[in-house]
Design a protein around this ligand. Structure first.
Ligand code: ADE
Ligand code: ZN
Length: 348
């Protein structure tokens, strides 16, 4: 399409990364719950928190691994009780997304985190769904929901929550697999994912964040995952990298998350440049932005600042990959790709 990427200087990159249209495909909506909203909802619902103030809670956000984060993340989610709470949480995210030129978002949600506390699944799904509808009406953001099973719980528990969710089947487009990865391989969920595929749901799974490359293979072979969430540990297995590239399986990479959860010591050591160089359909995402120090544009800007191998060509590729990897129809995808070309042509 003739964009001359070499004409775009490094000094132009931060603004271009912010303004380019993009899709976000890996955000846990419960991970967008900011401390201020946690305290507001705790007060509204009469929930007692283990921290005396917003500042004290934020100060606890120093994680050593995935589990140390999950413990605080599930405690934060305990303030969500009513449909309005789920709406307010998602609406706060969409207000930020609109300012970041996110044109499409696929939101993960964890129903078991709430149903295990006695929250009706209807409140969870309808609250989130109404926020998605309003985001489209007010901001033109297309948004859909992906229901995640918690892998530290049993497959029977996953099958049970799926049954509870089926009356609301029209409100979510797919299922995913999240929470503690090590010791909970994808094959633990073979039956429930087979059932989801029969139901016509899209299928994704976290794999290769903390877990080994074999978990990525079993997410593909056993669960038939269409995308791999994180997946960064594939670099330890060159044959797997080749397979992911050949089959164009997207990876939803989350750079700030990876540093906060000690997958990499720093952004400068992140393997995103190697993934792109290998021809993978890698995308950039925020994972749990309220906990990891930045929303999607901060992930882009900070990662590009830390890695000189990433320039305008890679920025364009990542945005393009986000549309290729999204579960949207061809017309929507083509429209956003056209707008992306326009933004880069104007910058060059
Ligand atoms: N739940 C929320 N964030 C997660 C992550 N990064 N990995 C696994 N489960 C999660
Ligand atoms: Zn995640």
């Amino acid at each position: 399409m003739g964009i001359d990427f070499d004409r775009i200087g490094r000094d132009q990159l931060p603004a271009l990364l912010r303004v380019m249209p993009k899709a976000e495909l890996h955000i846990h909506i419960e991970g967008s719950l900011e401390p201020e909203l946690i305290f507001k909802l705790a007060e509204r619902n009469g929930v007692k928190l283990a921290y005396p103030s917003v500042e004290a809670l934020r100060a606890a956000y120093a994680f050593t691994d995935l589990q140390s984060f999950l413990d605080i993340y599930y405690a934060g989610a305990s303030v969500l009780l009513k449909e309005q709470d789920f709406f307010d949480m998602a609406w706060a995210y969409f207000e930020k997304a609109a300012g970041e030129n996110i044109v499409h978002a696929e939101l993960f949600f964890d129903p078991q985190t709430h149903t295990e506390r006695g929250v009706p699944i209807e409140a969870v799904i309808l609250g989130l769904h109404h926020a998605c509808r309003r985001a489209h009406a007010e901001f033109g953001i297309s948004a859909s929901l992906i229901l995640c099973f918690l892998r530290h719980l049993s497959e029977d528990a996953a099958l049970a929550v799926l049954e509870q969710a089926l009356p609301y089947r029209e409100y979510f487009i797919g299922v995913g697999l999240d929470s503690s990865e090590r010791g909970h391989p994808p094959e633990k969920f073979a039956r429930v994912f087979a059932r989801c595929r029969e139901l016509g749901l899209h299928v994704v799974a976290h794999a290769g964040e903390e877990g080994p490359p074999e978990y990525i293979r079993s997410a593909l072979d056993v669960l038939k995952a269409e995308r791999i969430d994180h997946g960064v540990r594939c670099v330890e297995d060159p044959a797997l990298v080749q397979r992911l590239a050949a089959e164009r399986v997207p990876l939803t990479v989350c750079p700030l998350s990876n540093v906060k959860l000690c997958v990499y010591p720093s952004l400068a050591e992140h393997q995103l440049p190697a993934l792109l160089a290998a021809g993978l359909v890698a995308t950039v995402n925020s994972d749990d932005p309220a906990y990891f120090g930045g929303y999607l544009n901060d992930n882009f800007v900070q990662t590009f600042a830390a890695l000189p191998q990433l320039g305008a060509r890679e920025a364009y590729q990542l945005a393009r990959n986000s549309f290729e990897a999204s579960f949207v129809d061809a017309a929507a995808r083509a429209g956003w790709q056209h707008e992306l070309d326009r933004v880069f042509s104007a910058a060059a």
